[in-house]
Write a protein that binds this ligand. Structure first.
Ligand code: PAJ
Length: 260
């Protein structure tokens, strides 16, 4: 695996059908599932590793975001990534940078995190233009992000296929997230209310009942930012977000349809 830091160097390494997996590092089995999918479908797999300051609301969230490039490089290499693109801040946002992608309505998650999806959208469009992938891989874990990225690609006629892969969970059901490392043992136990409440919501939906109300009722004392039904290209998803201690977690389950 090659680690490259500049756009020029990256371009000289690219040939054939490229699969891109954008990440912010702190890699875990969720990211690895995206690398595996990219490995299976493309000649070259590029992973980007860039903690995108533009998508963070709270300075403390950005400052405390876990960073360990050496560990990430090892995991990426083991998963068959060919090129790890790990640019410095100024390579992506050089002095004078002033153009942003305005994503429009991004549901409750967008409303809860002002400016977040603008930052995500801008860096994703830049990565698509830099890497020119045939396919790019995203996780269902961040379903609202996948919806926004699919819409951008459609609205701006970007020639890339957006693949969305299922959420990878710990054995107890908690969705893997780089932010889980911040949870104390007690908080981690309380965080299990998220997947459990979503499962209760999905059961209720299957019985013809109100999935949102059932989820709210099963959150076991957690106060959600929202519980909502969202649509990802015809797939109906039940999504929620809640703070456990100081850590904001998101999760979702599919109620109807299948991701592609
Ligand atoms: P990051 O949080 O590093 O996630 C990178 C990709 O991994 C995203 O597509 C995310 O949905 C996926 N992912 C995270 N946890 C997962 C899990 N448990 N199962 C499956 N996939 C999972 O999302 C971002 O970075 C950034 O917003 C980015 C797209 C890189 C733009 O900066």
């Amino acid at each position: 695996m090659k680690i490259v830091r500049t756009i020029r160097e990256l371009r000289s390494e690219l040939h054939g059908e490229v699969g891109l997996v954008p990440t912010m590092g702190a890699l875990h089995a969720g990211h690895l599932s995206l690398f595996d999918a990219a490995r299976a479908e493309n000649e070259i797999v590029v992973a980007s590793l860039f903690v995108n300051a533009a998508q963070f609301g709270q300075p403390v969230d950005l400052a405390s975001y876990p960073r360990d490039e050496a560990a990430d490089a090892k995991l990426a290499e083991g998963a068959g990534v060919d090129i790890l693109f790990a640019p410095a801040e100024a390579e992506i946002y050089p002095p004078g940078f002033a153009t942003w992608v305005d994503v429009g309505d991004a549901g409750e998650e967008g409303a809860a995190r002002s400016g977040h999806f603008r930052g995500v959208a801008t860096v994703c469009v830049k990565l698509f233009n830099i890497v020119k992938p045939r396919r790019a891989y995203f996780g269902q874990k961040d379903a609202q992000q996948a919806i926004v990225v699919r819409r951008i690609v459609r609205d701006l006629n970007i020639d890339v296929q957006i693949r969305v892969l299922p959420t990878v969970r710990d054995e107890d059901g908690l969705a893997l997230s780089s932010r889980n490392a911040r949870l104390s043992e007690e908080e981690r136990a309380r965080a299990l209310a998220l997947p459990r409440a979503l499962a209760a919501g999905a059961r209720e939906y299957g019985l013809g009942g109100d999935a949102v109300a059932a989820t709210r009722n099963a959150l076991n004392g957690l106060t959600p930012d929202y519980v909502e039904l969202i649509d990802l290209d015809g797939v109906t998803i039940l999504a929620t977000a809640a703070k456990v201690g100081a850590t904001r977690l998101i999760d979702n389950v599919i109620l109807e349809g299948e991701l592609t």
